[in-house]
Structure formats: structure tokens, C-alpha cells
Write a protein that binds this ligand. Structure first.
Ligand code: ADP
Ligand code: MG
Ligand code: MG
Ligand code: MG
Ligand code: MG
Ligand code: MG
Length: 701
């Protein structure tokens, strides 16, 4: 979560008065970085992943399952562990796990918003080599083993996006705290749910104060056979009178048929999988930012893992909008509910939302792709232009800087330090968009980076590694083939919403570019040449609407049916010729989408990867291919089915503690087995085969 400065955090009414100063100083710091790093060249193509965990308390003979709030103690143990630094002393299995890799830096653990969360990253970023792609999964398992080793016997790090009963009546944290603290003023969660570092409760409190009421996180409930309809969230208390904000529910904050939540923890308490790439220079970084942006909603739907909130099945499969709402600090004026009087703009999106800018210098970036509703701070933009930044990038930061800084430390306002990036980062790191463009920090040799932020965390490290590796390979294919995934930003926004639907991965269609190549390249792909020529197409003309269409995730990942048919023909597969004759829909010229997986395979073909590496990578691609085609279930589907088949489930949408305990127990066991020598073999978890397929028989490398 960015910087963790210490000091006096200002309450909102004071912080608000300092907002302009922070923005102006932030811009000065940004310009300093810009002028120092704009010509930075030849940085290595490094990348790194971030895995987030929930820490739960679970033991077979205890009927209760809870979130453990010992984040600080666990992090302290991890940081202090000299035995760990010596490698292998404290984790019995570590010698086996570090087999041959004893000199590599150990993973690093970080705090997160939830006091029940951990984040772990590799000890150093991964390099360009294919070998590193094969080390990711092992490294993720290593993180899980090390984390577990610094917990109590009944505590477990698990990679579920959300705790199914966060905010349910009764006790769901260990230790237990009563609700209605002064910071969150929540009906459902205590203030102690947040990391106690002053930054986090201040963030939550100031978002609430700025907004003028509590955040409102409403998720449609899944209507099952016996769900009362209309459904009223039975956990909402309409008779509380502790805080002025208790009026929110009396004023309509909790509509029928929605699970109602009212605090930042319901969003920022979710776990995700993020990948950061370093580009060779700023131009390449800007290209990566734009080209990966349309993939955000697609990968969100494909990694769907969030079907339960506050003890109820939801009618959505992913976490994104809940986080967006949980940190939405917009006032009634900014949301367009009241005429503008005190605020500067109406703002269409939360500060946590899909991206609103493209920033590349690519001539293929048409003005029509830009967001027609973009709000920018013209003064900030003018200062950036004056400082030498180009219009497109100045527009990007002029947009990010429409927001107020939420957490302001009095001590930081005494003197502007241009050798730091603290004021810039204050705004930058609280603009939670699905892509983040990360300028080089002023104090070291890191280059321009791009972060991909939409993916949901997966239950197993095998899956997490698969998605991380896939994204790295897509990025390489994009750069190597100069691919073009541009569609209008407004369509990316539409896709982000589409990705929320239950089973969107199979049932919904997403806007996607028909042809990612210059025509010449498309021809060489279909004629069997696996190495497309790299060349820019002529600047496109014609209506933008003709460049994209709605596609299923299966088409986007595995290719349109005509492309698949052509591939089969090329490979001389039986029946392919006859199929071709039947098909008069020859959409080659205008509607050629080969699929992201085949594109990655073409890239691998062009790289002459050795057979063993290729086999390992194929396992990852195969998992993703099958998730896209529906042959394998997403975690969201697996959890839904786990609940539906549970003997204690009343088909009324309610996910009881008994069901939650068994689900968490299964997830704990899956994680434990994954880190053991025998793997998942013999593990008896309902539905696991549908989620992991034949990969379940896979042995640990
Ligand atoms: P944040 O939380 O701000 O996104 P983190 O430091 O938690 O950032 O993690 C970012 C990821 O980027 C980590 O996996 C880290 O290994 C990786 N990383 C660090 N330095 C670089 C770099 N120069 N290029 C690419 N990735 C990097
Ligand atoms: Mg972070
Ligand atoms: Mg991080
Ligand atoms: Mg994080
Ligand atoms: Mg990150
Ligand atoms: Mg067609």
C-alpha cells in the first residue's frame, strides 16, 4: 500500500485544507523524476508478482473458523527471523524447497489493509529468462511455507480473495472485538479489523468523512430455490443510534435483494494477484500500459473467485466493484446527486476503478479510443506541460490528480524534499486503477514500470503461477509482435462491469479487438508461418466500431471458430476440410482473432524454447485454456458448488459458519498438500477435479 510514513495524520477537515499543497508538491516531485528519467534507456525486462493472503484460524476439532488479527506479530516474526536468514533452520521442509537455490534472496512479506492479511513478493524481481518462469511457482510455495512457519499451529495463510463470513453476526475475528468503532462506524466490522498503523484507520475514516456518509457496498444476492424474495439482508440493524452514520440504512443505504456492507474492510480486505513489469524505457512502458489495459476485465472474469459476502452467496463472481465502492470518497456533488456548489467536478468513477487514460505515443492510438468523460485538473496539467511533459502523459497525471490526498501527515508539509516522491505517491498510490504506470523512484536505479492489478488471487500456487506466467508471456508477445489490442476506454469500462456477472467467463461476451495484427501478419499466421513480421500497420481509418466486436472469453483466449478451424486445417486434422466447405462465413480479413493462447504459443515457437521448459509452460497455458473453454471451473464456481452440495446448506443463499469451516478446511488442506511432497494425490475435496482437472495429479517439481 505504498508509503508507510510515521507522524501526525490529519483528520479530514484539516487534511482537506492541505490538499492543494500536497498536489502541487507532488507535481514538483513528479517533474523532478520525469526530467531525470525520461531518457532512461536499456533497463532490463524485469517483472515481479505480489500474492496476498488471508490469515485464518482453523483446526479440525474447533467448530469455529476466524480471521486472525495477528498480522503485526507474524510480520515481526518474519522480519526478525535470523534462522530464516540463515536459510533452512526454521522450516523443516525448506531445505527441500530451496533445493539448489540456496543463494537466492528469500521472499519478502508486507503488511496490507486488513489486519488479517499478508502480502508476499519474491526476494528480487524475476528476469527475462524462461528459467525464471519455472521458478515462480516454487517461490510462491516457499512463501506459503515460510508464512505458515511463523504462525501458530491453528493459523493458516490461505489464498481466498475474501473471508466468506467477514461482517457476519457473531464472532469472525480472533480475538473478537465489538463493532461500531469511531473510525469505520460500521454496523458489521470493528475498527480493529484494519491494520492499526495510523495510515490505515485514517484512510478509512477520512474517506468516510470526505464522502459525508459511510461507504456503501451493495452486492446483489444470489437467488436460490428457497431464498425469500424480495430478499432483505437479515443482518442489517435499522435501530442503531451510536453514530450519525447509523442513519444511512434508514435513508435507503440497504436496498432489497442486496447484501449490504458499510466499511472499507469489505473491499480492501480482499486478496489479489498483481504483476509489475519493468520496461526498457518510458516509450515501451507506455505501450505496455495501453496494450495490457483491455486485458484487465478479461483476466478478471477468468480468475473469478469471489462468490460469497458476509455469509451470503452473491450474484456476482468477482471482488472489483466491492473494492471500488468500499473506497469511494466522492461527495454527493461529485457523484451528481446534488448540483455542484462546493466541489470542482462531477466525477464518473471511484478512485478505485478501471483506467480512464491511454498514454502511449503509438500512432495506432486513435483519439476515438479516449474516454469522452475524462475529468482532468487543468492547472495541474498546465504545470506538467510547462515542466516539459508531453500532453498525453500530462493528461494522465492531470486526471489522477483530480483526487484529494486522503492521508496527510503534518510533518511532511514543513519542507518540500525534491529528492523524495512522498507527495506524488500519496496521490498515485491512492488512485487504484486496474493498470498503474509507475515512474522510477528518485533514489535508486529502477526503471519505468507498469502494474497489472485486476486479477483475483487463486486457491493454489499452481494457478497463481499459471496466471502470472501467462501474463508475462502475453506481454512478451505484445512487444515481440507489436500487437494492437486497442478498443475505446468506454468499452473497457463496459467489460469491467460485464466481468462481474455470475459465470461471466462462460456466459457473457466482452468487447475485444477483431484483429490485433497488420493484415500482412495475419496472413503469415494462417499460412503456417509462426513468426509474424514485426511492422506497424498504416494508421487505421474507418469507423472505430468496426475494429472490435463482442466475443466470449473462449474466443478471446482460444481464438474465434474460424481461426480454430484454419489451425486444424493447417495441421491436417481429420474433418477440417469438410468443415471449411460448410462454412461460408469467411471472416478472415475483418474478423480475425487468433486467441491470446495461440499468440503466446507463436511467441514461444519464435523463441526456440527447450522442450522441458516448453512442457512446463504448456501445463500453465493448458489450465488457462480450459478455464476459458469451461472444461475447468473457476474458483468462484468451485466455491458455489461446494456450498450447494454441503449437507448444511438450506438453498436459501446463506453460507453458515459450519459450511464456511468446511470450505476453509478444504482450502487449508489444498494449500498444505500443495507444499508437501505428495501433492494433491489422494486428497478428498468435493469438486477439486473440476477446478484443477488432470493437473491435480501433477507432482511437485
Ligand atoms: P506495490 O505494492 O507498490 O505494487 P511491491 O513492492 O509490493 O509494489 O511489489 C511490486 C513487485 O514488483 C514485486 O514483485 C517486486 O519483486 C517487483 N519489482 C521490484 N522491482 C522491480 C523492477 N525494477 N522491475 C519490475 N518489477 C520489480
Ligand atoms: Mg502495494
Ligand atoms: Mg505490494
Ligand atoms: Mg497488496
Ligand atoms: Mg502492487
Ligand atoms: Mg464473422
Amino acid at each position: 500500500m505504498g508509503l508507510l510514513a510515521l507522524g501526525t495524520a490529519l483528520e479530514w477537515d484539516e487534511a482537506k485544507l492541505k490538499a492543494q499543497q500536497v498536489r502541487e508538491w507532488g507535481i514538483k516531485q513528479l517533474l523532478e523524476i520525469w526530467n531525470k528519467a525520461k531518457y532512461k534507456e536499456r533497463d532490463a525486462l524485469l517483472w515481479g508478482d505480489e500474492v496476498e493472503y488471508l490469515v485464518v484460524t482453523y483446526s479440525k476439532d474447533d467448530p469455529h473458523v476466524r480471521l486472525s488479527l495477528r498480522q503485526a506479530e507474524i510480520l515481526e516474526a518474519l522480519a526478525d527471523d535470523s534462522a530464516l536468514a540463515a536459510k533452512g533452520g526454521c522450516v523443516p521442509d525448506l531445505q527441500v524447497l530451496t533445493d539448489g537455490k540456496a543463494n537466492e534472496p528469500l521472499p519478502v512479506f508486507h503488511p496490507e489493509f486488513g489486519r488479517f492479511m499478508l502480502e508476499a513478493t519474491p526476494g528480487k524481481p524475476w528476469g527475462i529468462g524462461f528459467k525464471d518462469l519455472l521458478d515462480v511457482e516454487y517461490n510462491m510455495r516457499l512463501r506459503r511455507v515460510i508464512a505458515k512457519d511463523h504462525m501458530r499451529a491453528d493459523e493458516w495463510p490461505i489464498t481466498l480473495t475474501t473471508f466468506p463470513r467477514l461482517g457476519s453476526p457473531g464472532e469472525f475475528t480472533e480475538p473478537h472485538y465489538p463493532v461500531s468503532g469511531p473510525r469505520l462506524r460500521s454496523q458489521f466490522v470493528p475498527d480493529e479489523i484494519a491494520n492499526p498503523h495510523i495510515r490505515f484507520p485514517t484512510l478509512a475514516a477520512n474517506i468516510r468523512s470526505r464522502r459525508g456518509r459511510k461507504v456503501q457496498v451493495n452486492v446483489p444476492v444470489f437467488r436460490d430455490e428457497k431464498t425469500a424474495w424480495p430478499w432483505k439482508d437479515p443482518t442489517v440493524n435499522y435501530d442503531l443510534h451510536n453514530w450519525p452514520e447509523d442513519d444511512d440504512v434508514r435513508n435507503g443505504a440497504a436496498p432489497d435483494n442486496f447484501i449490504h456492507m458499510d466499511a472499507m474492510a469489505f473491499g480492501m480486505g480482499s486478496c489479489c494477484l498483481q504483476i509489475t513489469f519493468q520496461a526498457k524505457n518510458i516509450t515501451e512502458g507506455r505501450q505496455m500500459y495501453d496494450q495490457l489495459s483491455p486485458l484487465g476485465p478479461i483476466l478478471l472474469a477468468l480468475t473469478a473467485a469471489t462468490p460469497v459476502y458476509k455469509g451470503f452467496l452473491a450474484d456476482t463472481d468477482v471482488r472489483w466493484n466491492q473494492i471500488s465502492n468500499a473506497v469511494d470518497d466522492r461527495t454527493a456533488e461529485e457523484m451528481g446527486e446534488k448540483p455542484l456548489k462546493n466541489d470542482r467536478w462531477r466525477i464518473p468513477k471511484s478512485r478505485y476503478a478501471s483506467n480512464s487514460t491511454y498514454i502511449s505515443t503509438d500512432p495506432r492510438l486513435r483519439p476515438e479510443y479516449m474516454d469522452p468523460d475524462l475529468v482532468i485538473d487543468e492547472d495541474i496539467k498546465a504545470k506538467l506541460l510547462e515542466g516539459g511533459m508531453d500532453d498525453r502523459l500530462a493528461t494522465h497525471f492531470g486526471h489522477l490528480f483530480i483526487r484529494d490526498p486522503i492521508v496527510v501527515f503534518a510533518e511532511d508539509l514543513e519542507e518540500l524534499d525534491l529528492a523524495k516522491a512522498d507527495h506524488f505517491e500519496n496521490l498515485q498510490s491512492t488512485n487504484w486503477q486496474h493498470m498503474r504506470f509507475k515512474p522510477p523512484p528518485p533514489d535508486n536505479n529502477i526503471g519505468w514500470r507498469v502494474e497489472f492489478r485486476s486479477m483475483e488471487i487463486q486457491v493454489t500456487d499452481f494457478e497463481n503461477a499459471a496466471f502470472a506466467v501467462f501474463l508475462v508471456l502475453v506481454t512478451r508477445a505484445v512487444l515481440s509482435f507489436d500487437l494492437n489490442f486497442y478498443i475505446p476506454i468506454a468499452r473497457v469500462d463496459d467489460n469491467m462491469q460485464t466481468a462481474h456477472a455470475r459465470d461471466a467467463v462462460l456466459d457473457r461476451r466482452f468487447y475485444f479487438r477483431r484483429n490485433p495484427f497488420p493484415q500482412r501478419v495475419a496472413r503469415s499466421m494462417t499460412s503456417g508461418t509462426n513468426t509474424p513480421a514485426v511492422s506497424r500497420p498504416p494508421t487505421p481509418t474507418g469507423p472505430v466500431e468496426d475494429e472490435y466486436r463482442l466475443m466470449t472469453i473462449d474466443e478471446i483466449m482460444n481464438g474465434t471458430s474460424s481461426c480454430r478451424r484454419r489451425r486444424r486445417q493447417r495441421n491436417g486434422e481429420a474433418g477440417a476440410e469438410a468443415e471449411a466447405e460448410d462454412d461460408d462465413d469467411d471472416d478472415f480479413e475483418g474478423d480475425y482473432f487468433p486467441g491470446l493462447i495461440p499468440l503466446v504459443e507463436s511467441y514461444l515457437d519464435s523463441m526456440n524454447v527447450d522442450v522441458a521448459t516448453r512442457c512446463e509452460l504448456a501445463t500453465y497455458l493448458d489450465l488457462i485454456r480450459k478455464r476459458a473453454s469451461g472444461e475447468l471451473w473457476t474458483a468462484a464456481k468451485w466455491i458455489r458448488e461446494f456450498v450447494a452440495q454441503h449437507p448444511a446448506y438450506g438453498h436459501d443463499s446463506a453460507v453458515s459458519e459450519e459450511i464456511t469451516k468446511d470450505l476453509i478446511g478444504a482450502v487449508v488442506e489444498i494449500g498444505q498438500k500443495e507444499c508437501s511432497a505428495e501433492g494433491w494425490k489422494g486428497l478428498d475435496v468435493p469438486g477439486l477435479d473440476r477446478m484443477l482437472g488432470k493437473f491435480r495429479a501433477r507432482c511437485r517439481k
